[in-house]
Design a protein around this ligand. Structure first.
Ligand SMILES: [Fe+2]
Ligand SMILES: [Fe+2]
Length: 374
């Protein structure tokens, strides 16, 4: 597997028409079954601390459990309209400052109420996708408990399973009780989650989930945490981020050791997967379901709004945790820098020397005043 068509199922990475043909056609299904092809591994080597970094992370996790039911103040009255108005006004200021011209686009005649409605939908959509991604993390980490051969990693992963249950729980509750709508899982996110669960190799679960999906989530939560003035969501995100930083560290610390021992051919498969995952996550942020729900022609809307420089900058920021972590794992530069070239083409390579998340979790801990977002 080495051509884009084999990796992504389309000839050109940026072919918007092809991206949009990927849609979730099973929006009414109550469950979604995916074949998990991995072996469940027992280990008879119970020596705790054989991998000191993972053991330290496990001890840290035991002291960092919070309760989504009681540590968050659910009595707070959330005014989503006010938030949507603020977001819409900010967006307008940005468009004006950049001289964005909407003539000839679906937004030509949009006034403030339409932009406010869009902001409502975007928030409902974003939180819904976070919730679905969290369930993906819950399943993947349960899978890691089964498949990873090291006892320290099984111990740590078991704490992450609890963390992820809490994350699904709080996002679902926020959506249900504080927001105005829900979206099914985005097709690109679903494709990626299915791929991660299906793969039989234990390290691919880590690479797909802990490094790629959670790396992106950490950046996205950080952005939303900075933007949000609503105290319940702000605290919820702060709590979730303190866990996510540990999860990403778990991925980097586990894979570093393992990848040093892999052949170039084996690493190439991981590089291709890291490329595929990056493209799927970029595609998901085109939020095609939002445009559909608003009755706006999807391709035109994406070209007018999502491909503007401001939006592109946000899209790239989402990769600020992933790229340095891939570098630390040797994935950028092995095989003559194959993944480096792909990330260059995607316009995200500039993050390669940003702080990797292997030890950043201390900065995100709840007993520290402020997380290093961005
Ligand atoms: Fe999570
Ligand atoms: Fe996580």
């Amino acid at each position: 597997m080495s051509t884009d068509e084999q990796i992504l199922g389309r000839l050109a990475v940026d072919d918007l028409e092809a991206i949009l043909t990927t849609a979730n056609t099973e929006v009414d299904e109550a469950i979604h079954a995916v074949r998990d092809n991995a072996d469940a591994i027992f280990t008879w080597d119970y020596e705790k601390g054989a991998r000191p970094a993972l053991s330290k992370l496990y001890e840290k996790a035991k002291h960092s459990q919070w309760n989504g039911q009681t540590d968050l103040d659910w009595s707070i009255d959330v005014d989503q309209q006010q938030f949507a108005e603020m977001m819409a006004d900010m967006q307008k200021m940005e468009f004006d400052a950049r001289g964005v011209d909407f003539s000839g686009t679906p937004f030509e005649n949009w006034e403030r109420p339409e932009w406010v409605e869009l902001a409502h939908e975007v928030q409902n959509w974003s939180l819904s996708q976070f919730m679905h991604g969290e369930q993906g993390a819950l399943l993947c980490t349960a899978k890691i408990v089964e498949t990873v051969p090291w006892i320290d990693a099984k111990y740590y992963a078991s704490t992450q399973v609890m963390d992820e249950a809490r994350h699904v729980e709080v996002f679902a509750k926020y959506l249900d009780t504080k927001l105005s709508g829900y979206y099914p899982v985005n097709a690109h996110l679903k494709l990626l989650l299915d791929d991660i669960v299906t793969d039989s190799r234990w390290d691919m679960t880590y690479l797909g989930m802990q490094v790629m999906v959670e790396g992106l989530a950490l950046a996205a939560f950080g952005f939303m945490h900075q933007m949000s003035t609503e105290p319940l969501l702000k605290k919820l995100l702060r709590y979730v981020m303190s866990d996510e930083a540990r999860h990403v560290a778990f991925g980097v610390l586990s894979l570093q050791e393992y990848y040093e021992g892999l052949s170039d051919a084996e690493i190439f498969e991981r590089q291709q997967f890291a490329f595929e995952a990056a493209v799927r996550m970029r595609d998901r942020f085109l939020q095609q379901e939002v445009w559909e729900r608003l009755g706006v022609p999807v391709k035109d809307a994406i070209e007018a709004v999502m491909l503007t420089p401001t939006r592109q900058m946000f899209q790239m920021m989402l990769f600020s945790k992933i790229v340095p972590n891939c570098k630390k794992l040797g994935l950028l530069d092995r095989n003559d820098g194959w993944l480096r070239r792909r990330y260059e083409e995607m316009g995200v390579i500039q993050f390669e020397d940003w702080v990797d998340t292997g030890d950043e979790y201390e900065a995100f801990a709840l007993d520290n005043a402020a997380p290093a977002t961005a």
